[in-house]
Ligand binder design. Structure first.
Ligand SMILES: Nc1nc2c(c(=O)[nH]1)N[C@@H](CN(C=O)c1ccc(C(=O)N[C@@H](CCC(=O)O)C(=O)O)cc1)CN2
Ligand SMILES: [Mg+2]
Length: 280
C-alpha cells in the first residue's frame, strides 16, 4: 500500500477534544446543548447508531433524550412527538434515525422538524441554505468528509473533485461543499457515460454509490485523495466500502478505510451541529 491512510477515528477524536472545550465554555454561560434522538422500530444497526449517539453526548457533556417508538407507530404519533420536541426548551437538536419503517413518510417527518433544530440538515430549508452558502448546519456525513480532506493538508481550491453518487443526503450536499471551497466539481451517477474516464480526472474522489468495491484501481488517478462513503458487506459478509481498498490503496495518495474512515466522523459532526444549535 502506498497511499496514506486517512484515519477517521483519530480525526474524530481530535475534533471531540475541541468540542469538549466548546461545551465547557457554554456551561460557564449556563448552557447545556440538548439532543433528542427518535428511533422507530427494531432495526439492529439503527439501535447501535442511536446508542453511539447517546454515548457521544455523555462523553462531551451534552444533555440527551432518546425516544424509542414501536414499529407500528403511526405518522400522526410521530409528528406529534416531533412537534413536542420542537417546543421543548432544553432540546436544541432533533434527529429522527433513518430509515423509518416503510409505512411512515420520511420526507414529511423531516420537514416537520424545526429548521433551527434540524441537526441532520436534511430539511428543504437547510438544504436551500447550503446551496446559497448561508447555513448554520451542514449534513453530518459531507461535513465529516470535508474535515477528513482538511486533515490530509490538501487544498480543495482549484482541484478536480468528482463525486460519484447523487443522493440528497451525501452526493448533492457533498458537491456543494467542495464547490464552496472552490473545487471544480463533477457529479457522476449510474447513467454517466464512461465513468472511469471521469473518475480518473479526480484529484479528490468521493464515492457514495452503495455498491461493494465498485471503484477499482483503473478508475483512480495516481496520487488522488479517495474518500469512501460506502458501507456494504462483501462476499464473506465482511464490512467493506464502495472502493476496492486493497487495489486502490496502491494507486491513491490518501484513502479512507471502511470501517474507520467516514463513519466515525458522522456522529462527531452531529455533536458539533447540536452545540451550534445551542449557541442560537
Ligand atoms: N437521521 C439520520 N439517519 C442516518 C444517518 C444520519 O446521519 N442521520 N446516517 C446513517 C447511520 N449513521 C448515523 O446515524 C451512522 C452510520 C455508520 C457509522 C459508523 O461509525 N460506521 C462504522 C462502521 C460500523 C459497523 O461496524 O457497522 C465505520 O464506518 O467505521 C456511524 C453512524 C443512516 N441513518
Ligand atoms: Mg439548552
Amino acid at each position: 500500500m502506498q497511499a496514506k491512510l486517512i484515519d477517521g477515528k483519530a480525526v474524530s477524536a481530535a475534533l471531540r477534544e475541541q468540542l469538549k472545550e466548546e461545551v465547557a465554555a457554554l456551561a460557564e454561560d449556563g448552557i447545556t446543548p440538548g439532543l433528542a434522538v427518535v428511533i422507530v422500530g427494531d432495526d439492529p444497526a439503527s439501535k447501535v447508531y442511536v446508542r453511539n449517539k447517546k454515548k457521544a453526548c455523555e462523553e462531551l457533556g451534552l444533555h440527551s433524550e432518546e425516544y424509542a417508538l414501536p414499529a407500528e407507530t403511526t405518522q400522526e404519533e410521530l409528528l406529534a412527538l416531533v412537534d413536542k420536541l420542537n417546543k421543548k426548551p432544553d432540546i436544541d437538536g432533533i434527529l429522527v434515525q433513518l430509515p423509518l419503517p416503510a409505512h411512515l413518510d420520511e420526507k414529511a417527518v423531516i420537514e416537520a422538524i424545526s429548521p433551527d433544530k434540524d441537526v441532520d440538515a436534511f430539511s428543504a430549508v437547510n438544504v436551500g441554505k447550503i446551496m446559497i452558502g448561508d447555513y448554520k448546519f451542514l449534513p453530518c456525513t459531507p461535513a465529516g468528509i470535508m474535515e477528513l480532506i482538511k486533515s490530509t493538508g490538501i487544498e480543495v481550491k482549484g482541484r478536480e473533485c468528482v463525486v460519484v453518487g447523487r443522493s440528497n443526503i451525501v452526493g448533492k450536499p457533498m458537491a456543494m461543499l467542495l464547490l464552496h471551497q472552490h473545487g471544480t466539481v463533477t457529479i457522476c451517477h449510474s447513467r454517466t457515460a464512461d465513468l472511469p474516464s471521469v473518475t480518473r480526472r479526480a484529484d479528490i474522489l468521493v464515492v457514495a454509490v452503495g455498491r461493494a468495491k465498485f471503484v477499482t484501481a483503473d478508475m483512480v488517478k495516481p496520487g488522488a485523495v479517495v474518500i469512501d462513503v460506502g458501507m456494504n458487506r462483501d462476499e464473506n459478509g465482511k464490512l467493506c466500502g464502495d472502493v476496492d481498498f486493497a487495489e486502490v490503496a496502491e494507486v491513491a495518495g490518501a484513502i479512507t478505510p471502511v470501517p474507520g474512515g467516514v463513519g466515525p466522523m458522522t456522529i462527531t459532526m452531529l455533536m458539533r451541529n447540536t452545540i451550534t444549535a445551542a449557541k442560537k
